[in-house]
Design a protein around this ligand. Structure first.
Ligand code: ATP
Ligand code: FE
Length: 335
């Protein structure tokens, strides 16, 4: 089975080809235009998707060495995401499926961040059902109980900002360019995580909150800069290490609670923030500390990419879960 997958939910245009559960190609065109605005500008994102989508699909087919006539189905991101961005991928996928007269398969982006673990890769064991998935991305922070490929239950989620936003907004306070998450990670690796203690929020159950942390970082920096205008430059590594340490602790504490509550010790992470070195290390350490089996996706499958849409497409294809041509994009789409 050959699946062509399309992802256009935010600011990356991506296309991938899968042969069964194996990735043949996974092309991502990242939109640089948003950097100068310090965040994604929806209107510009949809225009860039429109420009990128045909070349990106051609590249994905060429890299996979596949002719479009060999495709078995087209999978696409239906949501959640920015409506204007989703519309480009959705319309393109519908048209291509209609033209080639092959099935169309809609995919939930957050489910794809989780099921990315089932893309066949050498030396990468797969999580066993039931497992807990911590999805940490630019728009979401969720703990999901995964009982089967299509049997998912959200146990907890953020009440305000997503963890990726917490990274990006903290980076912005420090004067770092967008998206700042990877930069905070880079500096954090050179700093002292205990240098500046930040308060952790008290949130009920398995839910999260990150807006208070952002505010306390802002006030702390403003206060320090008043005394020493070069405070940020002189302490960048320690500030980033302290922010990252606090965020990782917040995530790990809730994961521990979820593991205890459910009795499940199979733990997987997904979403852009799972590229973070701090959370990766904390999870590795948890294997010996708490007896967990942990699963961390390959870097390529952490941030937005179409291969993760393709694996869900393949799994749905096997079950005959097809969509018809009346399907529309869905900006808010709960798994
Ligand atoms: P969603 O998946 O919720 O719709 P999204 O698709 O915009 O949101 P992703 O592409 O999955 O989000 O993740 C992007 C986020 O991941 C950004 O906030 C980015 O800063 C963050 N991120 C990426 N790499 C790292 C890293 N190494 N450390 C911390 N954050 C990171
Ligand atoms: Fe995403």
């Amino acid at each position: 089975i050959y699946i062509l997958a399309i992802e256009s939910s935010c600011d990356d245009t991506s296309a991938a080809v899968l042969h069964n559960n194996k990735k043949l190609s996974n092309v991502v065109a990242t939109q640089k235009i948003h950097e100068e605005f310090g965040g994604v500008v929806p209107e510009l994102a949809s225009r860039a998707h429109q420009q990128n989508i045909v070349p990106v699909v051609h590249q994905a087919l060429a890299k996979a060495n596949i002719d479009k006539k060999q495709l078995s189905a087209i999978a696409f991101t239906r949501g959640p995401g920015l409506m204007g961005s989703l519309l480009v991928g959705t319309s393109f996928a519908k048209s291509l499926a209609l033209g080639l007269d092959i099935p169309l398969i809609e995919v939930n982006h957050m489910q794809a961040h989780i099921l990315a673990h089932f893309i066949d890769e050498e030396n990468s064991p797969k999580p066993q059902f039931p497992f807990l998935a911590l999805t940490i991305s630019g728009g979401h922070t969720q703990i999901v109980l995964v009982k089967g490929y299509f049997d998912l239950e959200i146990l907890g989620e953020t009440l305000d900002d997503a963890v990726g936003e917490a990274f990006d907004k903290s980076a912005k306070i420090l004067g770092l360019p967008y998206p700042g998450g990877p930069l905070v990670d880079k500096y954090a690796q050179l700093g002292n995580p205990k240098a500046f203690p930040f308060p952790k929020p008290k949130v009920k159950d398995l839910n999260f909150s990150f807006s208070g942390l952002k505010t306390s970082i802002l006030y702390f920096i403003q206060k320090q800069v008043k005394e020493n205008p070069n405070f940020v430059e002189e302490n960048m590594n320690d500030i980033c290490a302290s922010i990252q340490f606090t965020i990782v602790e917040i995530l790990m504490n809730k994961l521990k609670k979820a593991a205890k509550q459910t009795g499940i010790n199979q733990i997987a992470i997904g979403g852009g923030v799972s590229a973070n070195s701090g959370i990766r290390k904390a999870l590795k350490d948890a294997e010996s500390k708490y007896g967990w089996a942990t699963y961390v996706p390959k870097f390529e499958y952490c941030t937005d990419n179409a291969a993760m849409i393709g694996i869900v497409g393949y799994l749905k294809y096997l079950e005959g879960k097809f969509s018809d041509q009346s399907i529309t994009a869905k900006a808010r789409y709960v798994i």
